[in-house]
Design a protein around this ligand. Sequence first.
Ligand SMILES: NC(=O)c1ccc[n+]([C@@H]2O[C@H](COP(=O)([O-])OP(=O)(O)OC[C@H]3O[C@@H](n4cnc5c(N)ncnc54)[C@H](O)[C@@H]3O)[C@@H](O)[C@H]2O)c1
Length: 444
Amino acid sequence: MNSISVIGTGYVGLVTGTCLSEFGIRVVCMDVDAAKIQALSRGVIPIYEPGLAGLVAKNLESGRLRFTSDIAEAVAASNLIFIAVGTPPGEDGSVDMQHVLAAAASVAENMTDYKVIVNKSTVPVGTGRRVKALVRGTLERRGLAGLEFDVVSNPEFLREGSAVRDFMHPDRVVIGSESEKAANLMRDIYNVLYLIDTPFIFTTLETAELIKYASNAFLATKITFINEIANLCDAAGADVHAIAKAMGLDGRIGKYFLHPGPGYGGSCLPKDTLGLVAIGKEHGVPMSVVAAVIAANDAQTRRMIGKIEAGLGELGGRTIAVLGLSFKPETDDMRAAPSVPIIEGLIAKGCRVRAYDPVAMENAAKGALARHAGTGSFASCADEYDAAKGADAVVLLTEWNQFRHLDLQRLREAMTGRFFFDFRNVYEPKDMAERGFVYAGVGR
Ligand SMILES: NC(=O)c1ccc[n+]([C@@H]2O[C@H](COP(=O)([O-])OP(=O)(O)OC[C@H]3O[C@@H](n4cnc5c(N)ncnc54)[C@H](O)[C@@H]3O)[C@@H](O)[C@H]2O)c1
């Protein structure tokens, strides 16, 4: 039976390890966070990701999946070691590589036989070579200069909220490697995907590393483009949905990622666009399109506060109900969620915010919005109708399914005002007007 180890048990590492164990591979997942590992060993998963808990429980039970905080155990368990640790943005937007380098160093300190070090984290071009040099240096220091190893780049494209399905049915698998032996071992691990005709791209380390940034930056560009068209629609009285539909029917454009909103967020697009600009700078190649996308996206989020102000007038003393905090539905991830700058902006203008999210309340309360707890300007509410109590306006920020079917009469009765800012364009402007709301969407 094939086996792998995964270092880093967050959104990507846990999904990777669990899904590969579901493919029949023996998997050891390792993390430096001992509390997380203890919980996972009991089948308690630390994130909200549909379908994941059941798979973790099933594969723990079968013995194919296990968790450890002991790096030596993880390195000894397999020849293929996936690194799936965080690569957050540094102060200047460049990619903070400390966790990847620490993970690679810990593998080098513990290996005693041939290993393939597979980088799944999103990392700047050149990282594979940097990891190679680091491992080689460590092995020489340990008197193991002759020990063979390979480094592979295998970027991940899963989306939070549909991570299990995305991992099991990817659009493509990218494998960057200079070694045929390592590439063959990777092909073996992904055998199940091979059998369902998933396209595989075998390429160099550098190309694989850049594929990930190019893909994410392009997605961010598409979102930002339609957001700007939506803003023009607002000003010119056109309907962005009809425009997006007509554009999307053009096969050269494609229909995805053409839905306007309050700006992209999450743990990937914001940091990877910043990262690509920094990587370009390092290589003396301006990433001017992506730099413009970042600026336009920041402006889009601020623009939402302007929309609320344009509707309500003076914001001081207003009560605003915010529905949805996570950066998108079906996740509890609050990293770079547009809800945070929007709520911060409303509070700075003197609003009281009453917020509700089906799963992200806990992360919001202990993370980015923690400083407002107990100040009277931010309240965590029990549900959408509780959030609407005494509100001058409702702001829909995340299109959770339960917000698509609101009891609008109940909502209206709980509010003192009539404004409904639908920043995900879930409702029809005409219907909302008929129900007595003063409605504003994005671009229609
Ligand atoms: N989250 C996504 O949707 C997504 C999608 C594709 C790619 N990625 C990329 O995958 C990587 C991981 O992202 P994530 O969202 O899973 O991160 P995460 O923050 O959820 O998880 C990272 C985990 O790594 C652990 N860790 C850090 N240093 C470690 C070390 N030296 N040894 C062992 N464990 C260590 C942390 O404790 C944490 O549990 C990033 O590079 C990200 O850009 C993320």
